[in-house]
Design a protein around this ligand. Structure first.
Ligand SMILES: Cc1cc2nc3c(=O)[nH]c(=O)nc-3n(C[C@H](O)[C@H](O)[C@H](O)COP(=O)(O)OP(=O)(O)OC[C@H]3O[C@@H](n4cnc5c(N)ncnc54)[C@H](O)[C@@H]3O)c2cc1C
Length: 216
């Protein structure tokens, strides 16, 4: 629900893990770098941390929720936390307090000097003005990379690579890895599902027609 894609919204906040440390350069262009960094974090969780000045000046963190609904969630939603100090914020959120204090200090030094520890370029404000805010996030899987093995005619094959009679597959069931390897590529799930599904449908129709013609 929070917008963490820098191509759509440059980050004003920092992202920290349960250990209270930043784990990725928040404004890196690479979705691959961001996703892989998240995979390494405890429970695939992270907290978006910021302060009152950012709360007031940054573009909305959510495109889906109104600013009013977002702000009201700090009193009601179990993943939204606010406190008057970084230490208290961390304690409430389940993040290591001393480490988070260190992390915020280092980030603020970087804002002042222009030398962010992780090389971040966009950091308009330090995190300094209470109250402070944290929004807990976690990674989710939208598809699987493993799937049924198929040959170039989309016939499902056994472990030895032999086609299994009359069994075909296309779409997510053949796994994303076969098309994109070990990387994320936007649109490479729906597009091949539609394309291969159509190709397979046409081919099966043709095969059925040929079989019917041969039988006549
Ligand atoms: C939140 C989310 C966001 C995503 N965003 C993107 C994106 O931006 N770009 C992208 O390319 N991909 C995206 N994907 C992945 C993409 O949506 C899927 O990989 C793709 O839709 C798979 O298509 P499919 O036809 O193979 O399978 P599905 O769309 O899952 O279709 C399978 C169909 O089979 C039906 N079915 C299941 N069992 C049976 C049964 N026994 N009998 C009859 N019918 C059955 C199901 O009800 C379903 O309708 C996203 C996925 C999610 C969850």
């Amino acid at each position: 629900m929070c917008l963490t894609t820098p191509q759509y919204r440059q980050p004003w906040e920092i992202y920290v893990n349960m250990e209270g440390e930043r784990f990725v350069c928040e404004d890196t262009d690479s979705v691959d770098a961001r996703e892989r960094a998240l995979l390494e974090q405890t429970n695939m969780q992270f907290w978006i941390v910021y302060d009152q000045a950012i709360h007031e000046q940054a573009p909305p963190l959510s495109q889906i929720w109104s600013r009013e609904k977002f702000t009201a969630s700090f009193g009601t939603h179990p993943n939204f936390f606010t406190a008057d100090s970084i230490h208290a914020l961390a304690a409430k959120s389940g993040v290591a307090p001393e480490a988070l204090e260190r992390t915020v200090r280092a980030f603020n030094d970087g804002v002042r000097t222009g030398q962010d520890p992780l090389g971040r370029r966009h950091h308009p404000l330090p995190i300094a003005k209470p109250p402070f805010y944290a929004v807990q996030n976690h990674g989710t899987s939208v598809k699987t990379y493993a799937g049924l093995a198929v040959d170039t005619q989309l016939r499902v094959v056994d472990r030895a690579g032999r086609p299994i009679g009359n069994l075909f597959a296309a779409g997510e069931v053949i796994g994303g890895g076969v098309l994109t390897g070990n990387s994320f590529c936007g649109g490479m799930s729906v597009t091949p599902a539609l394309t291969f599904g159509r190709l397979l449908g046409e081919r099966l129709l043709q095969w059925r027609r040929n079989t019917a013609d041969a039988a006549e």
